[in-house]
Design a protein around this ligand. Structure first.
Ligand code: ADP
Length: 443
C-alpha cells in the first residue's frame, strides 16, 4: 500500500491546494465556533448580572430607609438576616450556607436547578441598626438551550464556510492554472524551431514560458552546432578517403613500378592526415562527453622548452622567453603538451623567420603567449579561428595539411579548466596566441 505522502504527491496541484485551503478554513472556523459557544454563556450571565445589581442597589436603599422592599418584574428581591433566614415573611430562598457567605462578601452565586438561579447580594444596615442581607435573584430560563442552539448554528456556519472556501479555491486555482494547460497543449504540438506562446499576463507563468523558450533556443543552437559538426566532419573525412581511393585505383589500373613509389607516398600523406583528423575528432568527442581527468599542476617553463625542442626547424628561429623561476598551471600534462604543440606547429607553419613562446605567471593565473612574424590573422577571423573546422582561407592543401580542428581543441582543453584563449596581433608582425590557465600550487 502506498504511504500517505506518496499518495498526496500523486494528487493534482489543484486538488492539493483546494484540500489545504478547505482544511485550514474549517479548522479556523471550528475554533472560532467553539470560542463563540464558550463566550455566549458568560455574556448572557453578564447582562443578567447588570440587571440584578441595579435591583439589589434599589432594595438596599429601601432597607436603609426602613421602607418595604419592592419586587421588580421577573426578579426576586428578598431581605434576609445575616444567617440567610428571611425577615420579610416570605419562604426561605434556595440558598445554602456557602452561598449565603459568598453573597455577604458581595459576590454573585449561581444555584443549580431547573432553571438555575443567579443571585446577587450585599449586607445593608436597617434604620434600627440590624444587619440585613439583601439579595436579588432570577432564574436563567432558556440559557442552556440558547447556548446549545447557538453552538449548533456556529458549527453549521463553519462547515458552510469551509465548503465555500473549498469551492472558491477549486475554481480560482483552475482559473489561475489555465495558462499552464494551454502551455502543455502548445508543447505537445510544438514543431522544431517553434517557441511557446507567451501568456499575456506579466506573472510567474510568463517568466516560466520565457525561460522555457530560452532553453529551447539553447537546445536548438546546440543541435545546429552538432549537425554542422557532423556535416563538417563527414566532409573533411571524405577528402582524404577519396584521394586514397583515387590513388589506389590509378595504381591498380596502371601497375607501373616507376610511379608506385609516388602513389604510396601520397597514400601515406593522406593516411596521416586522416589519422590526425580522427585523433582530433576523438579528442573533441571525449571532451564533449564530459571526460575530464583531474588537474595536476603542470610546470609551464619546462613544458615550453620541451615543446620548442619537439618542433624546432632548421629554417626558423624558435625560442622561449621565460622568467627565472617556475610557473605552475592547473591542467594536465597531456593537455599542456597538446596546446603548446598545436600553437607552435601553427606558428612554425606560418612564420617567416622566428617564433617566440613566452611564459608568464601571476598569483591566480599562468599565461603562455606564442608570437610569430608570419601573415597574422585578419581581425574579422579572430573570433572564429577557435571554431571547429574553421580555416581563415579554405586551404586544404597538402602543404598546410590542416584539419581546422587544432585551435578548437586548444580552446576546448583550456576553457574546460577555467582558462581562456585569444588571438591578436603580434609585435613581431604576425599572429599572437594567448592561453591563460588558472594558476596551481607547485608540487
Ligand atoms: P589547422 O589544423 O587547419 O591549422 P587550426 O584550428 O590549428 O587548424 O587553425 C585554424 C586556422 O587558423 C588555420 O587554418 C589558419 O588559417 C589560422 N591560423 C592558425 N594559426 C595561425 C598563425 N600562427 N598564423 C596565421 N594563421 C593561423
Amino acid at each position: 500500500m502506498r504511504s500517505l505522502p506518496a499518495l498526496w504527491s500523486r494528487c493534482s496541484l489543484r486538488f492539493r491546494i483546494t484540500t489545504l485551503a478547505t482544511v485550514v478554513t474549517l479548522a479556523v472556523l471550528l475554533a472560532l465556533a467553539g470560542l463563540g459557544g464558550r463566550l455566549l454563556g458568560p455574556l448572557l450571565t453578564q447582562s443578567v448580572d447588570e440587571e440584578l445589581a441595579v435591583a439589589r442597589a434599589g432594595a438596599v436603599a429601601e432597607v436603609e430607609r426602613g421602607e418595604p422592599v419592592g419586587n421588580p418584574a421577573g426578579l426576586r428581591v428578598r431581605v434576609l438576616d445575616t444567617a440567610g433566614r428571611p425577615t420579610d415573611g416570605g419562604r426561605p430562598p434556595a440558598l445554602d450556607d456557602p452561598a449565603v457567605r459568598t453573597l455577604k462578601s458581595g459576590l454573585p452565586v449561581s444555584m443549580p436547578g431547573d432553571p438555575p438561579v443567579r443571585w446577587h447580594g450585599t449586607v445593608a444596615t436597617a434604620p434600627d441598626g440590624a444587619q440585613r442581607l439583601v439579595v436579588a435573584g432570577t432564574g436563567l430560563v432558556g440559557f442552556a438551550a440558547v447556548v446549545h442552539d447557538a453552538s449548533r448554528w456556529l458549527l453549521g456556519i463553519a462547515g458552510l464556510g469551509a465548503v465555500t472556501a473549498g469551492l472558491t479555491t477549486w475554481f480560482a486555482v483552475g482559473f489561475a492554472l489555465r495558462p499552464v494547460s494551454r502551455m502543455r497543449r502548445a508543447l505537445r504540438t510544438l514543431g522544431p524551431g517553434e517557441r511557446l506562446p507567451l501568456p499575456p499576463s506579466e506573472d510567474e507563468l510568463r517568466a516560466l514560458a520565457d525561460e522555457f523558450n530560452g532553453l529551447l533556443a539553447r537546445q536548438r543552437e546546440a543541435t545546429d552546432k552538432l549537425q554542422r559538426f557532423t556535416g563538417d566532419a563527414a566532409h573533411e573525412l571524405r577528402s582524404p578517403v577519396t584521394s586514397i581511393r583515387a590513388q589506389a585505383e590509378v595504381a591498380v589500373t596502371n601497375p607501373d613500378p616507376d610511379t608506385s613509389q609516388d602513389v604510396l607516398t601520397d597514400v601515406l600523406t593522406e593516411s596521416e592526415r586522416l589519422s590526425a583528423l580522427l585523433d582530433g575528432l576523438l579528442a573533441l568527442a571525449r571532451s564533449d562527453a564530459g571526460e575530464r581527468p583531474a588537474a595536476t599542476p603542470v610546470e609551464l617553463v619546462s613544458e615550453s622548452r620541451a615543446a620548442v625542442r619537439r618542433c624546432s626547424t632548421e629554417s626558423l628561429l624558435v625560442r622561449v622567453s621565460a622568467p627565472a623561476g617556475e610557473v605552475w598551471a592547473g591542467a594536465t600534462h597531456a593537455e599542456v603538451e597538446l596546446v603548446l604543440d598545436n600553437l607552435l606547429r601553427n606558428a612554425c607553419r606560418y612564420a617567416d623567420a622566428q617564433v617566440v613562446l613566452s611564459v608568464l605567471g601571476a598569483r591566480s593565473w599562468a599565461r603562455v603567449v606564442v608570437d610569430d612574424d608570419g601573415p597574422g590573422i585578419p581581425a574579422e577571423h579572430r573570433e572564429r579561428v577557435f571554431d571547429r573546422f574553421y580555416r581563415v582561407t579554405d586551404d586544404r592543401a597538402r602543404t598546410s595539411g590542416g584539419s581546422g580542428l587544432g585551435l578548437a581543441l586548444v580552446a576546448e582543453l583550456v576553457r574546460r579548466r577555467g582558462g581562456r584563449v585569444a588571438t591578436g596581433d603580434s609585435p613581431d608582425g604576425g599572429a599572437r596566441f594567448v592561453v591563460v590557465w588558472p594558476a596551481a600550487e607547485p608540487v
